[in-house]
Design a protein around this ligand. Sequence first.
Ligand code: ADP
Ligand code: MG
Length: 322
Amino acid sequence: MPSEFDLIHRYFQWPVTHTDLGGGDDAALITPAPGHQLAVSADMLVEGRHFFENAEPEALGWKSLAVNLSDIAAMGGVPRWAFLSLALPAVDSAWLDGFARGFRACASTFGVDLAGGDTTRGPLTINVTIMGEVPTGMAITRGGAQAGDEVWVSGQPGRAALALWHLRDGTALYPTMRDDCMAALHRPQPRTGLGMGLRGLASAMLDVSDGLLGDLGHILASSGVGVRLREAGLPTALLLTACGDAGLAHKACLTGGDDYELLFTAPAAHHDAVEAAAHTAGVPVHAIGTLVSSNDGCCIQRISGRMETLEMRGFDHFTSDH
Ligand code: ADP
Ligand code: MG
């Protein structure tokens, strides 16, 4: 049975590239680049709540870091340093091996140093703290949106939800799209390039973790505005080819969580520049609506032209059913 220190050394220490002193001492030493602020965020994944008990460890390792990188992307930052705190019920070397491999693959793909953490015995819980850099004053918060701004979303939100509903409830997915949806759920791709490219263009931004509508509600609340979405602008075509059910595709797109796409607003004058930034980042973006005054509330224009009031509710760990 390896000791705690053998375990840390074996699985969670590898060379750092931009950290003055990495794991192994009482604290890491880090010098942020001059003229930058640190963007710092933490996310916890609990077995049975955020992932299934039999979750594949390598995918879990990837996802544990990826969801944190997404938070830095959503601020317009560059992810730089991660800290990994683990509670493990037992030392399972096959599990640790897979988990560390997935975590490390994500860290090296996005240029992040694992600079430390903590390891203890307990019910399987994974906590990652991420630190990124953003040029001082350039971070994109949730609070800068204004009436008249366009609302954008990246990629194809809803794929992860379709995969989850497939695994949990048996929702049928066409084989051609099943892998694509599973990849969205298990190996989310944080939109770091797009996030950085939107500095100076987006007025507000966040990443969609709890569903497009609920997360958009956070921007509306922080910025004090309302919204008019256009159903015709929603990126549901791919979802429809996955599940063959227009109603389900619509629901997945608007309420599905876990895709880690970026949802942002930008003045209409930046429309072309936003598209150019997305093109450079290699990520599709979709203009899905316009912000209005908060007095005008939240509604969606259906494809038929009819206006419907929207309820801006996302997933909430304390009020949602599961
Ligand atoms: P201390 O007892 O001083 O808190 P620890 O035993 O918690 O030290 O950790 C020893 C070293 O190993 C520290 O540098 C810590 O950052 C690192 N470390 C511990 N657990 C992990 C982990 N899961 N991933 C990466 N580094 C870790
Ligand atoms: Mg400690």
